[in-house]
Design a protein around this ligand. Sequence first.
Ligand code: ACO
Length: 273
Amino acid sequence: MSETSSNGVVAYDVVDRIAWVRFNRPDKRNAMSPTLNRDMMEVLDLLEFRSDVGVLVLSGEGQAWSAGMDLKEYFRETEKDGLAGTRKAQRESYGWWRRLRWYQKPTIAMVNGWCFGGGYGPLFACDLAFAAEEAKFGLSEINWGILPGGGATKVAHELMPLRKAMYHAMMGENIDGKTAEAWGLVNEALPLAQLKDRVSEVARVLLEKNPVALKATKDAMKRVGTMTYDEAEDYLVRAQEAANSYDNEGRKEGIRQFIDEKSYKPGLGAYDK
Ligand code: ACO
């Protein structure tokens, strides 16, 4: 029996250390409403540091992964509250995508069906992405008169060759899973019937890795893109050193001596090593 978020629009199960999280508005093709955005943050919060969760997979109930932002609830209804309404809705959606981008556990997008516009935010946020060949991806914004916002243009630019990204954004044509694989949007596309098995297989490999090294690796891969070679080299040395001392107890000892033992004051000097 699956668990659901407060408003029921996100469903999840934890099975053998894999958290299967699903957009759960199948009748609305899993469009992201403000309620869904809040519920998704709630579920991400709940699962991130659970010791029985090693990998998170994001997929959708029914025919869609996500049909993007909810044009009625996310755009039309929040615009009634003016700029304050728009900005609040943006904070809530961008907020959980950002949370997912820097998630403690490895994350996999399992794109089972439609993936439009705003859906590119969480798609990009996941460390890896696997799609059904039958899935359809589209930057449909141009079809109803806006540019691909909410990071979608950046996602296309980051993941696809420029000519493909430009064509994709300007033409508003959908591509299937195989084309999404060829253009770099996903790691791999395979028939829908095989998708979950393949994702489970990948997740099980990740579960065998050192979790500290995995978090350091995924963060490093995301950070180095804008750095020069020398900056990246320096960052990576320090990231590895930080990972090496992940279990460093010194900081806790410093707090203990100040708060519990009252043997020194950090404002006036260092604790006793
Ligand atoms: N926002 C709000 N409601 C939506 C959305 C959406 N993005 N997508 C689907 N729905 C709703 C429909 O209005 C419909 O509601 P109703 O049953 O109350 O009438 C229900 O979901 C089912 O949708 P259908 O269109 O009937 O489903 P179908 O399977 O025929 O088509 C498709 C699926 C192609 C995904 C179609 O729903 C669609 O084009 N959706 C919009 C996709 C899109 O352009 N999203 C915005 C991207 S831009 C951005 O995110 C910023």
